[in-house]
Design a protein around this ligand. Structure first.
Ligand code: 5AD
Ligand code: SF4
Ligand code: FES
Length: 347
């Protein structure tokens, strides 16, 4: 029966960490054995990356973006958003605070803001590396030469979601951008020795389950070190305001499938998941995730990094978030990692 097939597929992927696309689609479509599926992802997480949760302190240092992605509140045509750009010394100060909270990685994230040129970025990277922190960048598409300079300055990791592997859909939703260039960026980053992070949005208009299966198989083919998956949440100040968003359930299914296929990767319980479900990050940690990225941006800036509505923690301080997330992690019997949390590749 179909039921036996689904259960057999879950057993198969838990052991082999490989599946054909049709089987990935079947598991994403299934509604009868979802709990078994999540339980398998949780066992694989525990077996390969253990009970430690890696915390990454996120600094959202500029909400200025030259791109115009239809789904994103930071898009350049959104004139309703008050823009900000942190001073380099403020960014360094936030990194010092992140370290004082015990975070061992700082993630520098922004829109595609050209004010932060190579000189400024390499200054920041070197300064933060002196604090014995791992540095993750999430600043968009750049020429290979720029990535190389970031790497030489000491940056360890880079996050660049592919968003969707459907090239036509990508180029519709990210007008003016090229899907091939995004893949070029990912390959350059990998070749330059960054730990590579990518990921996708779940529930963007025009996306199919087949396309989500392609996304997951793309992560596997790239052998990504980190994969961030989150629901699309319609933003009222964008052209996709009236669209339906992704669901919490479907985004955790995509995330769990990713854990089953890339068992030793680092997978965050994403902020967007918790924005749809008050227990979202804890549930994600029990469905395959092993990373959380608490916000360490301070003051009014936090409210202004408005990718989508309902973003959590916008009125909380970094100190509160650290306290809050620690409680949640310990509350489900997991531990806070004391390492910088690089991927430990299993044969
Ligand atoms: N809903 C959810 N995630 C979004 N992002 C951008 N806009 C939205 C939205 N409306 C995600 C993109 C991007 C990351 C920084 O934020 O996937 O890569
Ligand atoms: Fe800019 Fe990234 Fe938002 Fe696109 S998703 S508009 S590149 S911040
Ligand atoms: Fe920010 Fe819980 S992590 S309030």
């Amino acid at each position: 029966s179909a039921g036996r097939d689904i259960q057999a597929l879950i057993r198969k992927v838990e052991v082999t960490h490989a599946l054909a696309k049709d089987d990935v689609v079947a598991l994403l479509r299934d509604t009868h054995y979802v709990e078994d599926f999540f339980a398998a992802a949780d066992r694989v997480r525990r077996k390969y990356v253990g009970d430690d949760v890696h915390l990454r302190g996120l600094i959202e240092f500029s909400n200025i973006c030259k791109q115009n992605c239809l789904y994103c509140g930071l898009r350049r045509d959104n004139h309703k958003l008050k823009r900000y750009r942190l001073k380099p010394e403020t960014i360094v100060e936030f990194a010092e605070k992140a370290q004082s909270y015990g975070y061992r990685t700082v993630v520098l994230q922004s829109g595609e803001d050209e004010w932060f040129d190579v000189e400024t970025m390499t200054y920041l990277i070197k300064k933060i590396k002196e604090m014995d922190l791992a540095v993750t960048l999430s600043v968009g598409e750049k020429p290979r030469e720029v990535y190389q300079k970031y790497r030489e300055a000491g940056a360890d990791r880079y996050l660049l979601r592919i968003e969707t592997t459907d090239k036509d859909l990508y180029e519709k939703l990210d007008p003016g951008m090229s899907w091939d260039n995004r893949v070029r960026c990912l390959i350059d980053l990998k070749e330059l020795g960054f730990e590579l992070g990518t990921g996708c949005l779940v529930g963007i208009p025009g996306q199919t389950v087949e396309s989500l299966a392609d996304d997951i198989l793309f992560f596997k083919k790239l052998d990504a070190d980190m994969i961030g998956v989150g629901p699309f949440i319609p933003n009222p100040d964008t052209p996709l305001a009236a669209e339906k968003g992704g669901t919490f359930e479907q985004s955790t299914k995509v995330m769990a499938m990713t854990r089953l296929l890339l068992p030793d990767s680092n997978i965050p319980a994403t902020t967007a998941m918790e924005s749809l479900n008050p227990q979202g990050r804890v549930l994600a940690l029990q469905r395959g995730a092993n990373v959380v990225m608490p916000n360490v941006t301070e003051g009014e800036y936090r409210q202004l990094y408005q990718l989508y509505p309902g973003k959590i923690c916008i009125n909380d301080t970094p100190a509160h978030c650290r306290f809050c997330i620690t409680g949640k992690i310990l509350g489900i019997g997991r531990r806070i990692s004391e390492t910088q949390g690089f991927r430990v590749k299993q044969a």
